[in-house]
Design a protein around this ligand. Structure first.
Ligand code: F0G
Length: 460
């Protein structure tokens, strides 16, 4: 008999979590104005709001923290982190930042100016925000297949190369760089193939443009290349990682994801001119060049996290868990962005709550229903998050209306996955009886999803 799959680690420390009653949750979500961001975390049983900064560090990471050098300048911990980054990526110049969006802020301050166009594959919200706040345009060139949640495609995060070439040909002089996000979070944690990265590189060379990788989940991307792309099965994750970064000039990194730390980020590049230009923004925004918003001990943990999470076993355990959850949803018939992503499952709310009109926010309604059902906190990636059109002030209903269930790394067990799937199944089975959603009663002009207040349109 073949032995079943099991995790590549065992548990040394645990954090108690507690369930609650439906009555409690109904009261709590009402007090939170039906916005899960407003819930105290203690009112949540299984927290799938994000996989960012919510992973469990290893014993090696915790012990590395004791070795933190907290010197203001020239800390040993910085050089340890820098050496690890250079070893994995080949990038010689490293600027630490306190998280991913700070890396974007520092690098884009040096590179993006008014009127520029930055093409890419579904720029993450903060990436887009840092481009748009400089009065430049973030142009999405993701392949069309990504919008069809029912379609199985091994690399749904890919860049549409024909579209990218059109943009390069027509607007070449306005493009400071191309940015490719690996994995493509917004499209559902979907990977980008090596062939596609090489295609982007070839176009970039043809038009004389640099390439930046938004690398928050680069290791998960490497895992998908190894397991799905021809010619990579026998390569190690570290070899694939190096080959991915060989296609780029620089990276921005949110270390809260694939470096498995609670806080941290960096910029790395092979270009001395970019390093020199970005340096000037790091010091006033983040801090001196050898800490940039991070503690010495955090840089130590980051270095170890990068090393560990570019090993196959760790990634296999992680992605296997996400795919296990997906397999249960398949069994129950719950529709999600196919295939399962690296860090999350994105439930297609428009296919679940078909009786809730889009003006009443189906994905948000589903998020509240799942919380009420079992204390599970997902996150709406849909019409509320899409904000209003800056000109017409109308809600933007053009995109997908999804609920993201992001799985933190090494944090929950497969039994938790069973609870999540069963809770969703219960909601799914009574989906036809859910006919009304929510109305917005208060909202911020930008990034409204964090603070929006809602009122139910049906008797609760
Ligand atoms: N790029 C990607 C692809 C991301 O997913 C994120 C964050 C960032 C950049 C920004 O990094 O949070 O360290 O400042 N994503 C989190 C999420 C917040 O929940 O998907 P950060």
């Amino acid at each position: 008999m073949n032995l079943p799959f099991a995790e590549s680690w065992r548990i040394k420390m645990v954090e108690p979590i507690r369930t609650s009653t439906r009555e409690e949750r109904e009261q709590w979500i009402k007090e939170a104005h039906y916005n899960v961001f407003q819930l105290p975390a203690e009112q949540v049983y299984i927290d799938l709001l994000t996989d960012s900064g919510t992973g469990a560090m290893s014993d090696r990471q915790w012990s590395a923290m004791m070795m933190g050098d907290e010197s203001y300048a020239g800390a040993r911990s910085f050089f340890r982190m820098k050496d690890m980054i250079t070893r994995l990526t080949g990038f010689e110049y490293v600027i630490p930042t306190h998280q991913g969006r700070a890396a974007e802020n520092v690098l884009f301050s040096a590179l993006v100016k008014e009127g520029d166009i930055v093409p890419g594959n579904s720029h993450f919200d903060t990436t887009k925000g840092h481009i748009e706040s400089r009065r430049a345009t973030a142009l999405d060139c993701t392949i069309a297949e990504a919008k069809n949640t029912e379609l199985d495609h091994p690399f749904k995060g890919n860049v549409d190369l024909a579209l990218l070439e059109d943009v390069l040909r027509e607007n070449g002089d306005k493009i400071p760089f191309i940015i490719v996000t690996i994995t493509n979070n917004t499209a559902g944690g979907q990977p980008v193939s090596m062939a596609n990265l090489k295609g982007v590189r070839a176009l970039a060379d043809k038009y004389g443009k640099p390439v930046v990788l938004d690398s928050a989940r680069f290791a998960e991307n490497a895992y998908f290349i190894k397991t799905r792309e021809e010619g990579y099965a026998d390569k190690t994750i570290k070899e694939i990682t190096r080959e991915m970064f060989d296609q780029a000039d620089a990276m921005t990194m949110s270390a809260k994801k694939d470096a498995i730390v609670n806080m941290g980020g960096f910029i790395a590049t092979r270009r001395p001119d970019w390093y020199e230009a970005a340096k000037c923004y790091c010091i006033p925004f983040e801090g001196y060049l050898t800490y940039g918003g991070m503690n010495g001990r955090d840089m130590e943990a980051l270095a170890v996290g990068l090393d560990e999470n570019t090993e196959f076993d760790n990634l296999h355990t992680r992605i296997h868990q996400v795919q296990f959850l997906a397999s249960l949803l398949d069994e129950y018939g719950v529709p999600y962005q196919r295939p399962a992503g690296g860090h999350a499952i994105f439930i297609d709310a428009s296919k679940v709550l078909t009786n809730v009109p889009k003006e009443e926010f189906p994905a948000q309604t589903l998020t509240v229903e799942l919380y009420k059902e079992a204390g599970i906190r997902g996150c709406e990636i849909g019409y509320i998050l899409a904000d209003r059109d800056p000109v017409t002030r109308e809600n933007r209903f053009g995109g997908l209306d999804l609920m993201r269930l992001a799985i933190p790394r090494r944090t929950y067990t497969d039994n938790h996955m069973r609870v999540i799937a069963a809770a969703l199944r219960n909601v799914y089975e009574r989906r036809d009886s859910i006919t009304r959603g929510y109305a917005i009663t208060e909202e911020a002009p930008l990034m409204r999803h964090f603070t929006v207040k809602l009122a139910p349109l049906a008797e609760q």
